[in-house]
Design a protein around this ligand. Structure first.
Ligand code: ADP
Length: 359
């Protein structure tokens, strides 16, 4: 593993609890890791600790085979060969693009420096733009210059802190995809912080969900969505609701009986609840299928048009609410009762008595 955090704690002086607590994760060379979580969950603190800007109070950080942080020692940021990109990209507006990108290359002889500037500008799609001034560029172009500047000295690790959050939504999505391609082309190992899950999905090979300083899951996007390790992850990633269910064993299979009928899944998460115990089953909007022939009916209490589909909020007779994606040519009225059934590929259950955590 290229970057490894082992049971890392970061505690600010004078604080009773650590801002980051017991975080372990590993990132392979060339991979992009993403840290996501609500405001105040410790993302920036963790990124600053990785950069060497914040000491750790317990645990170990290993970068490329060397321990760079532990409770007794913090290798200074400048020795870690880390590149950083921030949301306010902090280019020097009075310098041209070439000088901005050459900023970390003072150690190279001028011809090599110019060559490296040409290479990285080419890489970020701004070939030949050396002479333009930073203030003449669009927000997206400025962010790509910032990326070129960070990549130019070939950092061992690139850290990106909310790099797209000052850009408008359309640009943000496009740039997230572009930046991923650029990082892959540069074979860079990177760790990105964001609060936006679409950005996390667009960028990350592995995504870590943090809450209150703890890492709840470090996994790929598919597993976070379909196999959330905790209620917090289930709530934070994607649309979903919990329905009450009870579990029983049937011919060696665990079956969850729910207001929508029985659900079973041979590869279900270890179903925590013993037989007959009440649990909650996670139902995503894409687990609910609209079917006029279904015996279970639900009333539409809210609907949001999303182009190819509606996101309906539905209420069962029993009062339980659900969400469903329905193709947008099925345009039903608010208040209408429609037939629904569950088509769940991954049944995820949580014990009832572990109180739900809201993001
Ligand atoms: P995020 O980046 O996820 O919004 P932060 O890492 O900035 O979260 O903050 C995590 C926690 O640490 C918060 O409770 C915050 O108030 C606290 N914190 C951040 N910086 C400091 C600091 N310099 N001194 C004391 N507490 C801090």
């Amino acid at each position: 593993m290229y970057l490894e955090l082992r049971q890392l704690d970061v505690q600010y002086p004078g604080q009773k609890t650590p801002a980051v607590h017991g975080v372990s994760l590993a990132l392979r060379a060339g991979d992009i890791g993403v840290l996501i979580g609500p405001s105040g969950c410790g993302k920036t603190t963790l990124l600053r600790a990785v950069a060497g800007l914040e000491p750790v109070s317990a645990g170990q950080m290993v970068l490329n085979g060397r321990v760079v942080s532990d409770a007794a020692h913090t290798e200074p940021a400048e020795n870690r060969r880390i590149g950083m990109v921030f949301q306010d990209h902090a280019l020097f507006p009075h310098m041209d693009v070439g000088r901005n990108v050459a900023f970390g290359l003072a150690h190279l002889p001028p011809p090599e420096r110019a060559q490296r500037v040409r290479e990285v500008l080419e890489l970020v799609g701004l070939g030949g733009q050396q002479a333009r001034f930073a203030h003449e560029l669009s927000g997206g172009q400025q962010q790509r210059v910032a990326l070129a500047r960070a990549l130019a000295p070939q950092p061992a690790l690139l850290l990106l802190d909310e790099p797209f959050s000052n850009l408008d939504v359309d640009l943000r999505e496009r740039l997230a995809n572009e930046v991923r391609s650029i990082l892959k082309a540069a074979q860079a190992t990177a760790l990105l912080v964001t609060h936006d899950q679409f950005e996390a999905f667009a960028m990350g090979d592995t995504i870590g969900v943090l809450n209150e300083g703890r890492l709840h899951q470090w996994d790929n996007a598919y597993s976070l969505y379909h196999r959330p390790a905790t209620r917090f992850v289930a709530n934070f990633i994607g649309h979903g609701v919990f329905l009450p269910a009870s579990l029983r064993q049937d011919h060696g299979q665990t079956v969850a009986s729910t207001p929508l009928g029985d659900l079973s899944d041979a590869s279900a998460l270890p179903m925590a609840a013993p037989e007959n115990e009440l649990c909650d089953v996670l139902l995503r909007a894409d687990d609910i299928v609209h079917d006029d022939a279904a015996p279970v009916k639900a009333q539409i209490i809210r609907k949001t048009f999303r182009g190819s589909e509606f996101l309906y909020t539905l209420q069962l007779h029993s009062g339980e609410q659900l969400m469903a994606h329905v193709p947008s040519h099925h345009d039903h009225h608010l208040g209408e009762w429609i037939g629904i059934r569950a088509e769940v590929e991954h049944v995820v259950t949580f014990l009832r008595d572990s109180a739900p955590v809201k993001p």
